[in-house]
Each structure stands twice: as structure tokens, then as C-alpha cells.
Design a protein around this ligand. Structure first.
Ligand code: G6P
Length: 482
């Protein structure tokens, strides 16, 4: 149908995510303007949204910004307003200073604040109501990520006619860690409002099912949970399963084949003084990414004389992230002191040991950086998937380049044995693997990259969303229950 007909009957597919796929800007006259933000999720869902008559419910990214729903790129964008206080408690607090560290193996200590929890509940209710207001009868609603884990249950209370899916983009922790959370049962019940709960890895799905068994009385059979008679849809079944996410592989492949991008890659290497080996790290500046471990290993290799700053360079792109959260501020201090120390010690005039860039770059520049890098270092301490690893592979149709990949990523589950796997906690082991990658012969590189591309190129993000939505749509429409 068209959007005008939808306004009376609602949308057939509603996506609910913390962020809208656009960035807002308020100009000097107070006018609100927006431009598309190039996230992976938008790319995945845009074609499905166009086809299905879709709406996307999300936060604008700015405080107190109230804006009417508007049409963009063939879908309806529905902004949810958050006050400055809610941003502090729901987004920076509960989402990113409680759940994020708890779900990533408590690499940083999670903070438990009752006021943050209250705000999390309140904001999740607002998202649920906004979604309920847009969804057509029997529509499919797809809720995304850890910021919105209560939405499935809240939405089902409001609209038992809907088919509700949830996808967790980050790890789901072992129950021994999850049970620290004072509101662990509310979270599990919140998620169980969905018909289908998707995870990155099989291990995340089984962690979730173990949490259901330990914390609730719902009977489970394999990864299927049976809901009781007090559910809005009594006797309903919930399925948990792995749906590993991917990227728009073709887009990265095509970008990296463009002559101007290849020229830019050469230019990057020339600007660095044409080193023999260029290594690259690309991360949000986040303590889960193992940036400090990576730089420690790199610094020791320079110290040991196993690599020389004159012939080897590390580019570390660290894009700014969650800058109001204390743990991120501390991480930035640590990383910048560490980079400064390594550069001061081992750099030479005209040869910096590490090129540290606290910026984010558009996909064109990323593709050029991937092409310029002989060795890609992904050393996360814990990572739901890690899409940088997949982008690097998609960009290397030349079959050059080596991927060094942490065992603690979802990507490692999918891609092994093609990458050089590392345990980032084992600094000596990681140093050896980095040297192995730097010295790898062209033939072995091609063999590995060919394998990796075989796995990644056929498995793009469109397939991911199709397979998730395929399973979700196979859930019988609720009218047939009554
Ligand atoms: C991770 C999360 C996403 C989040 C993104 C950026 O990938 O899974 O939900 O949007 O980080 O973080 P931010 O806090 O800036 O949205």
C-alpha cells in the first residue's frame, strides 16, 4: 500500500530501534533538518521497508527534539523524544553503563542504579506505544538491541494481534554474570514478549535459554519456550535462535574496485612514506574492542626490535563514542597516553609508529583504508559480531591482506579457519600472530582471503533480514488463535 492509505490502517512492518537511521541538525533559526546516516541496519532494512510499507520508530539522537513522523527513503520515520535527563539515565546510564558492560563479560564494572532502571522502563514504554500506534492489524514489528529489551512484552500487552521479533546485536551473557542484574527477571520476561528472539551466535541463544530456565518457571524444550495462561496470547511459544548479522558485501566490494578509491589507497600509503607493512585497527573507541591490548602488543614488538617504525606503520582509527560515560572517558585517556608513549619512544622524524585518528570516516575512505592495509587487527575482548572484519574481507577482491581476528567475536565463530585467530589477553601469543601476519607470503594470503570471501560474499545483510523476517512471518497470525 501507499503511505497515505497507511495513515488510517497502519504499517505492515515496523522497525523499532534506539536510533533512527538519520541524523538531525537544528540550525540557528531553530529549524530541524536531517540527513541519512549510513548504518548497516538501514542498508539491510531499506529494501524490505520499501516493499512492505514500513515505519521506523527511533530516537533522533538529540535532547528534547519533538518532531512529527515524516517520510524519508520510502519509509515513515517516527521520532521518539528523550529529555536530557532520560538520555543520561536511559541511554548513557542503564543502556551503556549497566547493560553494555554486563553483556560484554563485565570488562568494565557495570553500575546498578534504581533511577536508571526507572528511566529505562519509562522510555521502553514510550517506544512500545509509538510502535503500537503505527502497526497495522497483524503487522510484523521488529525490535532491535539491548536498549529496548522490555519493548516486546510491553507491545504485546498493547497489541496481542502483532507478530513481534527481537534481535540482540550484542552478546547475551552467561547466566552467572546476567544474574548480577537486579532486574534480570524483568528483562527476560520483557524479551519473551517476542515470538522470535534472534542472537548473533548459537552460544548467545543458549545463554538466554539457560537464563529462562534459571530465572522463570516457563517450560522450555530445546530453544522453544512455552508461555503460560497469563500471557496476552495464552499458550504462545517463543523461539530463540542464532541469525548472525552481516554487511552490504556487494557495496563494499564495488567501492573497493573503484579506480578513485584504489588511487586513494595508494595515496594513503604514500602519505605514510610507503612503508613495507601497513597495519590497521578500526573501532568505536570502546573498552570492549581491545585497543589497549593491541597497542601494548604493538609497542612491545617495536621494543623487541621485531618490527621497525621505519618500515612498519599502525593506523588506529578510533571513532568517538558515548563520550559522556565515565568508562569511555577513562579509556580515551589511557589509549592516548599509550599511543603518545609508543610514538615518543619509537617514532622517528617522518615515521610515526602509530597514526591515531579520533574521527569517524565515510564508507569511501574506509574502503581506501582497508585496501591500504596489509594486516587488519580486530582484537576485541568481546564483540557480538564485529562488522569491520567482514568489511575488510568484502573490500579485498585483490585477495591481498591478512585478517587477525579475536576469538571473542561472533565473526570468529563464522569465519574460522580463514583468519589468524588471537586471544587478546595473551600478549605474547598476539605478538607472535601479528608478526606471522606481517610476514605471510602472498600465496598463503590469497588462499586464506579466497576462503574468507567465499564465506562472506554470499552472506550479506539482506539475506540476514530475509531469514529473520521469514521465520517471524511464519508465526500464525493471531486472529486464527481466537
Ligand atoms: C553497537 C550497538 C548499537 C549502537 C552502536 C553505536 O553496535 O549494538 O545498538 O547503535 O553500537 O552506539 P551508539 O550508542 O552511538 O548508538
Amino acid at each position: 500500500g501507499t503511505s497515505s492509505s497507511s495513515s488510517s490502517t497502519g504499517y505492515d512492518l515496523v522497525v523499532v530501534a534506539n536510533r533512527l537511521p538519520v541524523d538531525f541538525a537544528v540550525d540557528d533559526d531553530g529549524n530541524v533538518d536531517w540527513k541519512r546516516s549510513p548504518g548497516g541496519l538501514v542498508t539491510a532494512l531499506e529494501p524490505v521497508m520499501r516493499e512492505a510499507d514500513g515505519a521506523w520508530v527511533g530516537w533522533s539522537g538529540a535532547p528534547d527534539l519533538a518532531h512529527e513522523p515524516f517520510e524519508a527513503d520510502g519509509m515513515l520515520l517516527v521520532p521518539v523524544t528523550l529529555s536530557a535527563d532520560e538520555i543520561e539515565r536511559y541511554y548513557e546510564g542503564f543502556s551503556n553503563d549497566t547493560l553494555w558492560p554486563l553483556y560484554h563479560d563485565v570488562i568494565a564494572p557495570p553500575t546498578y542504579h534504581r533511577q536508571w532502571w526507572d528511566a529505562y522502563r519509562r522510555v521502553n514504554q514510550r517506544f512500545a506505544e509509538a510502535a503500537a500506534a503505527q502497526a497495522a492489524r497483524g503487522a510484523v514489528v521488529w525490535v532491535h538491541d539491548y536498549q529496548l529489551q522490555l519493548v516486546p512484552r510491553m507491545l504485546r500487552e498493547l497489541r496481542p494481534d502483532l507478530r513481534i521479533g527481537f534481535f540482540d546485536h550484542i552478546p547475551f551473557p552467561p547466566v552467572e554474570l546476567f544474574q548480577q542484574l537486579p532486574w534480570r527477571k524483568n528483562i527476560v520476561e520483557g524479551l519473551l514478549g517476542a515470538d522470535l528472539i534472534g542472537f548473533q551466535r548459537g552460544g548467545d541463544a543458549s545463554n538466554f535459554v539457560r537464563a529462562v530456565r534459571r530465572l522463570t518457571d516457563h517450560p522450555t524444550r530445546g530453544s522453544v519456550v512455552s508461555m503460560g495462561s497469563d500471557d496476552p496470547n495464552p499458550g504462545r511459544r517463543v523461539r530463540a535462535a542464532a541469525f548472525p548479522i552481516s554487511i552490504d558485501t556487494q557495496h563494499f566490494d564495488e567501492l573497493a574496485r573503484k579506480p578513485e578509491i584504489q588511487a586513494r589507497a595508494k595515496e594513503i600509503r604514500a602519505d605514510l612514506g610507503d612503508p613495507e607493512v601497513v597495519m590497521l585497527g578500526v573501532d568505536r573507541l570502546d573498552y570492549t574492542k581491545g585497543i589497549r591490548h593491541r597497542i601494548k602488543a604493538y609497542g612491545e614488538l617495536l621494543q623487541d626490535g621485531r618490527i621497525e617504525a621505519a618500515s612498519t606503520t599502525l593506523i588506529q582509527v578510533a571513532s568517538p563514542s558515548r563520550e559522556n560515560v565515565g568508562a569511555y572517558q577513562e579509556l580515551r585517556e589511557h589509549v592516548e597516553v599509550l599511543v603518545g608513549r609508543v610514538n615518543g619512544e619509537y617514532g622517528e622524524l617522518g615515521h610515526s609508529a602509530i597514526h591515531y585518528l579520533h574521527h569517524s570516516y565515510p564508507p569511501d575512505e574506509m574502503a581506501a583504508l582497508y585496501l591500504a592495509a596489509d594486516v587488519m587487527l580486530v582484537t576485541s575482548l568481546r564483540d557480538g559480531m564485529n562488522l569491520v572484519a567482514k568489511e575488510y574481507i568484502a573490500a579485498r577482491s585483490d585477495l591481498g591482506g591478512v585478517l587477525v581476528l579475536s576469538e571473542f567475536t561472533g565473526a570468529a565463530d563464522q569465519l574460522a579457519p580463514g583468519p589468524i585467530l588471537v586471544n587478546p589477553h595473551d600478549i605474547d601469543g598476539m605478538k607472535n600472530k601479528i608478526v606471522e601476519a606481517a610476514q605471510m607470503g602472498a600465496k598463503e594470503k590469497r588462499r586464506r582471503m579466497r576462503n574468507l570471501r567465499r564465506k562472506v560474499m554470499g552472506d550479506d545483510v539482506a539475506k540476514w533480514s530475509e531469514s529473520f523476517l521469514g521465520v517471524l512471518k511464519a508465526v500464525p497470525a493471531r486472529d486464527s488463535y481466537v
